[in-house]
Write a protein that binds this ligand. Structure first.
Ligand code: NAD
Length: 182
């Protein structure tokens, strides 16, 4: 029997997340659990037709620490993909609070739960994959490109909160204990 690899995908009902879920489930050894709060950007129709024996949808918020802890304990994920986000720049200028909540606090809660999960004997192969955006580096002109070494220069509440989440995911209290080197 094949060993299943369990993926927890946050924001899996969104634009990119739902495509990631379908791609992951194309592998017969993959199991996927989606955690999504179904904001205006989430759509359950994006997740129709997936194999029910290897797919679970959980309606919930990544800021809900007890729920997140419970999911790690129940599902014992091998990989967490964090795509849940408030993701529209214009909305962040009109109302930044939800961006700070989801993008910063939500990422923090996921990382804290991952730390506890590893302490409780989480899988040796555990990985936490945090999805960022090029916008953390600012704007390009007509030419040029960013690299991972480009200095951060966020220019909206959206990109500022994504940048903050990146730093949490890379920081000394989280990365070294959560993201084991490959
Ligand atoms: N779309 C792009 O062009 C693009 C480019 C670069 C990076 N990204 C990043 O990729 C990721 C996915 O982007 P997308 O375009 O699919 O976003 P999207 O807005 O289409 O989907 C976001 C999903 O997250 C869910 N969500 C929002 N807040 C949540 C919360 N508190 N708890 C649980 N779920 C919540 C929404 O319901 C939705 O399903 C985001 O992290 C985004 O910052 C997107």
């Amino acid at each position: 029997m094949q060993t299943k690899v369990t993926h927890l995908v946050t924001g899996g009902a969104g634009f990119i997340g739902s495509n990631l879920v379908a791609t992951l489930l194309a592998r017969a050894d993959a199991r996927v659990v989606v955690l999504d709060s179904l904001t205006y950007a989430g759509n359950l129709d994006n997740l129709e037709g997936l194999p029910g024996d290897r797919f679970r949808f959980v309606h919930g918020d990544i800021c809900d620490a007890p729920l997140v802890r419970r999911l790690y304990a129940e599902e014992k994920p091998d990989v967490v993909f964090n795509l849940a986000a408030e993701s529209h720049v214009d909305r962040s200028i009109d109302g930044p609070r939800a961006f700070v909540e989801t993008n910063v606090r939500g990422t923090f809660e996921l990382l804290e739960a991952a730390r506890a999960h590893l302490k409780d004997g989480g899988s040796e192969r555990f990985r936490f994959v945090h999805v960022s955006t090029d916008e953390v580096f600012g704007s390009l002109g007509a030419s040029g490109f960013f690299t991972e070494r480009t200095a951060y220069q966020p220019s909206s509440p959206y990109s500022a909160t994504k940048a903050a989440a990146d730093h949490l995911a890379r920081g000394p209290t989280t990365t070294r204990s959560v993201c084991r080197p490959s």
